[in-house]
Design a protein around this ligand. Sequence first.
Ligand code: ADP
Length: 394
Amino acid sequence: MFRLLIIFGIIFNIVSFFYTGFSFFILIFNLSFLVILYLYREKRVSDSLKENNTDIIKDDSISNYELQEFFLSQLREIIIVTNKFNVVTYANEAANIFFGKSLLAQNISSELRIPELLDSIDQVRELEKIINIDIELKVPVYKFLKVDVIPAKQQNIIIIIRDHTEIKKSQDLRSDFVANVSHELKTPLSSIRGFLETITTSAKDDPKMQKKFIEIMQQQAEKMQILIDDLMTLSRIEQQEHIKPKNNIILNNVILEAINNYKDTKNRISIKFNIPNKNILIKGDKEKLLVAFKNILDNAIKYGANKSITVNLESFDSKISLSIIDQGIGISQKDILRITERFYRSDNAKKLKIDGTGIGLSIVKHIINQHGAELKIHSVEGKGSNFTIEFAQL
Ligand code: ADP
């Protein structure tokens, strides 16, 4: 509206300037009118802004203290403030949850028995500078904490604790993995290099020895190839674990296809199977399930002491159960807890020098997780093992 008035004013100004025969008096008069109009508009705008802001401030019933309190309670970091007597004057919600109790008004030295933290508090008071420390708690459960101890006014201390347990675990897992892979590849590689040297030096003129060593080198190269293939499968399957299978598949056919792979093997171990005629449907990824079933069957043959293997597929009201049972060397209770970890091999398998990478069952575990299924292992040493996968009914 004001904008229109001003534009109209300018046009009126120009017209009247020409019409009155270029009278400067009229021009000055009109221009003053425009300036007054403009200043009046500015005042109206600023008054209205002030009015609105006062409304916002009036409406806002949260005080600054409440806002800070809310902000601190939402933080994932644990924040504790102690006074110069080491009495806790503030602990946020994360602190109460982490330590499982309220620390407020308690003496930190008696409440938290973490010597590294208490020493750092004393040092910070003395040196009046920030100290950053890493703390590993072993009991009741393993925790890895990154802690900042900060001096504040009047010998108060602010403690900020970040729980880095999961980050530390995955870092450790990664470095263990690299160490394991390097170790597993190094052994066959050094053996190949050793034999290569022998056939080019001392066995240079001995075709019989050369033939024998070349065979060993071939076996070692094959071992390396199996390990690399297993690692690549593991990495692919790990990456896809979160993708839930959408296709309906007939479980009877997948397990029969896996069993058929062993028809022509040299190992003539008999596989008995009880698979119902009625189709059992699940949501699944056929190729991945084939990998999982083959890995368990491979193990049943490898650790099965040349005795027959039984495969049972059953469908109950609430679940579908697939069991692969062997009568082989078995697994100790201590090893059962760990055999699905990457690279873990049971003492029995190592003692009997049965070849393996320790990767197969970790691949199985990821595939089973992806299918929302469950792997149950029962075993008696010297009697055999039962690997059962339980799927939910569709
Ligand atoms: P590997 O290549 O060593 O067979 P897996 O991950 O498939 O690796 O299995 C891990 C370990 O679990 C094996 O080294 C073996 O000690 C044990 N294991 C797996 N299946 C059986 C079984 N059917 N009988 C006895 N031990 C088994």
